[in-house]
Write a protein that binds this ligand. Structure first.
Ligand SMILES: [Mg+2]
Length: 365
């Protein structure tokens, strides 16, 4: 195969422990301390949105319950999130990006792709632009960001995570091939824990192993995503940086290693998934009007159930309760269940009137 010709320059920028860093910046008494934003010491269903790097040393992570965070670090400080402030800082960060390009695709308040193939200032070097952006964020906002610079979105995003926090990683055209061959399968887009285990069971541990498979073999092993893996392992990712991409839905799902048959275990899993969805909604600064529950049974049959709300929601309790109500409406006890998922959608215009009626009906449940 002829060497791939790379024509684009992509930067992925990711703020370091964003919410926690803003709190440490604005409240000097928290600087250098183990803090978490979100959750509470005795809070019911409280979940960590972001942990400071000092807290991460204790093993505390996003989406972890407050209870576990407290067990890992008894002196942890819980801070109530100030989303309006994070949003404002996020806007300032985007203003810095816009000095170099208008092709900005935000993924959340603290993360974005930039296409700087043709930058506004004619600098010509993506690495240099990434350096200047990091300097501006640090000088003007007293915050740190990590950046990945490469020829496509996939590699840029992995690169930004490689030297976190406050890191800058460049994977240029001549380094891509080796980089992809060395990449562990877990790092490939959409490969969760379960699929990674399946891949390893087939002797596929890293990019080089995947590269040995033909496109047909990829498709028969992995279904439709096989096509993406086939190309990406060869450094080909043509996904464009989309400045106005709308988020259509935010969700999370989990495939279980064993089928669940009892309501109690399904409920416990659903609570975990709800916490992930809640965290993602906050990161994207979104509220949705429609909640969808997805269930896959052991015979691979998939059903979905949804309910709509008159007013958009994103609070954990409503997500948990509604998902559980939808699950109960399927009479789940004793039905071997392989996967559960929750998503929120319908972020756009206010709901038409008739939807409210539906909401009232459902709340009679
Ligand atoms: Mg981040």
């Amino acid at each position: 195969m002829a060497a791939t010709e790379y024509t684009r320059k992509i930067i992925h920028i990711d703020m370091d422990a964003f919410y926690a860093s803003v709190e440490q910046r604005d409240n000097p008494e928290y600087a250098g301390k183990a803090i978490v934003v979100g959750g509470s010491p005795e809070g019911r269903g409280g979940v960590v949105a972001t942990a400071s790097y000092e807290a991460r040393k204790f093993g505390i992570r996003s989406a972890m319950s407050s209870k576990i965070a407290l067990q890992l670090c008894p002196h942890i400080i819980f801070i109530r999130p100030r989303f309006a402030v994070y949003k404002e800082v996020s806007n300032k960060i985007r203003e810095i990006f816009s000095r170099y390009t208008d092709l900005i695709e935000p993924l959340s308040l603290d993360e974005a792709y930039l296409d700087v193939t043709h930058d506004k200032q004619g600098i010509g070097s993506a690495l240099e632009i990434a350096k200047r952006i990091r300097q501006a964020i640090s000088g003007e906002l007293q915050l740190t960001a990590s950046a990945g610079v490469s020829v496509n979105k996939f590699v840029a995003k992995i690169a930004s995570d490689m030297n976190k926090p406050n890191g800058l990683t460049f994977i240029g055209p001549s380094a891509i091939e080796k980089f992809m061959e060395e990449l562990p399968v877990e790092k490939f887009f959409g490969v969760g824990k379960v699929r990674a285990e399946k891949m390893k069971a087939k002797g596929l541990h890293k990019g080089a192993d995947l590269k040995k498979l033909s496109l047909d073999e990829m498709l028969s092993h992995f279904g439709k995503p096989g096509q993406f893996y086939y190309h990406i392992v060869r450094g080909i990712d043509d996904r464009q940086v989309q400045p106005h991409r709308e988020t259509k839905s935010v969700g999370a799902e989990d495939t279980f290693l064993y089928d669940l048959v009892h309501i109690e275990e399904m409920n416990a899993e659903l609570d975990k998934i709800a916490k992930l969805v809640h965290d993602r909604l906050q990161r994207h600064d979104l509220k949705g009007r429609t909640l969808t529950l997805k269930i896959k049974y052991s015979d691979f049959r998939v059903i979905t159930r949804n309910r709509s709300f008159a007013n958009p929601i994103n609070d954990l309790e409503t997500i948990e309760t509604s998902a559980m109500q939808l699950l109960l409406s399927t009479d789940p006890e004793g039905k071997p269940t392989r996967l559960l998922g929750i998503s929120l959608s319908n972020f756009g215009e206010p709901m038409p009137k008739k939807a409210k009626k539906q909401d009232d009906q459902l709340s009679l449940f």
